[in-house]
Design a protein around this ligand. Sequence first.
Ligand code: DON
Length: 571
Amino acid sequence: MLRRLIALGLLIGLSPLALRADDPPWLVRSQAGMVASDSPEASRIGADVLAQGGNAFDAAIAVSFALAVSRPQSTGLGGGGFMLACLAKENRFMVLDFRETAPTGATRQRYAELIAAASDGPPPTIYGGNAVAVPGQLAGLVEIHRRFATRPLKELVQPAIKLAETGFTVDDHYLEACKEALADYEKWPKLKEDFAEVYKTLLGSGQPPKAGQKLARPGLARALRLVADQGPDAVYQGPIGQAMVKATQAARGLLTEKDLAGYRLREREPVRGSYSGYEVVTMPPPSSGGVCILETLNILHVMASDFQGGLRAVRDDLYPPMLVCALKHAFADRARWLGDPDATPVPVRRLISRDYARELADRFCPASNEEYGSTRMPEDRGTSHFCVADKDGNVVALTETINGVFGSLVVAEPYGIILNNEMDDFATDPGRPNLYGLVQGEANAVGPGKRPLSSMSPTMVVKDDRPVLALGASGGPRIITSVLQVMLNVIEFEMPLEQAMSQVRIHHQWLPNEVYFDREPPGELARGLQGAGHALAGQRKTGVVQAIQLLPDGTLVGASDPRKGGRPAAP
Ligand code: DON
């Protein structure tokens, strides 16, 4: 393999590219606690909770409610999420899975028929009631509260209620989301009739508000007051849930009150792997994120073991094509093997083992796309991520989603809650790419009560049992590649966090068989990958990372990816 790598290296002469930003406003240092979210208002709310003596879980709950207000395009009570937490007192890591689930009536056949009938109209797994899966968001927040919080729920919802009443500040990311949604409203004008609430209240009937303006959400304030008074029952047994059901069914969907009453979150064991003297603790299925990250790291480790000094030593000339090959193997396996572990056996141990990585690394970068990952295994755009660390050592990495921009466009009125379109994360039409271009397999087929496969990857890098880096991202499958590259930039290439976040990012998800970049790649990088036989996509897309680095002297460095306009905040 070494010879092949060196031959490849001759074709490539790479140098890392950084956005130069000596003192970026999206990076904050403190020893008192830290919140890094993609919404400055939500980060501030979380930091205030820490300042008043709340712990990381109190702050996380307040941040999540605030994001429901200020990021209607990405998250909210109509969605779901995953939390990875480090519990300082118990010195352990745990995962809460409050992912949405398919409604009881959701069968493969129904979705096959819907898709066949949809012709040129809005895709039924993206817009409308059939896109909606049973939301898990409030169940998750309430469970975090019940087990780990120190402040009353009422108190933690309060800042979000105020933000909804006075209005969140419209920013560039919000306006980008409006532009994206409006393009579809123009493409299918019937959406204006069918999903008038989002069109009127959030998209200004085609004239979105200006950056810097406040956009109040009085209906959502009302919903949050109900949550403060009634707790989870407001959604799972009460008026908000009834409104969700009514809206979904009016949009031809399946959600029932019984589905809501039957929603169950899951506590899961994180998946773990080791890399370069660190432990990587990350999200298990039904996310594909942790498995893909660990599989890729293992392949890179094996490939780099031919070089003295490991990956660091090969980085300049070989790292990008090695990374792309490793990603293609991992994403091929994602498509073939990953799904809801409660419904499908998922060979996690095998996929994240070094032995398996050795097999794949030996194959290196086959010309045929069919030869990535393994076909046989032995027995054996609407998302928000944030991180919180408190002064006592508790750390939270939480990714939440309604999937696409403004989810399904179905709104539970009069509460202004946008319902997710997470059903599109299933392989609803095998062989056909979903919203994120992912082609997925049998393991992720639709089924009643099943959780759709996710890419959300809340992750912590651990040294001597303590997290040294907590991170996660939004951006569909690009979550995985963004988390992976920022992590490698910090732990392998020893970059300061601001540099690690600013590097050009590469993405490959096996299918489509092309390499994506977040911006125009430097000429030599593009030529190098082309020389190694990879097709380059013209589209510019990546994930949006939020991270906290925990330095040995107790300093917390919070960073919000400059790509989404977030800002970290400290107490
Ligand atoms: O769970 C998932 O993988 C997707 N629903 C995530 C979508 C996403 O990140 C949209 N991006 N901003």
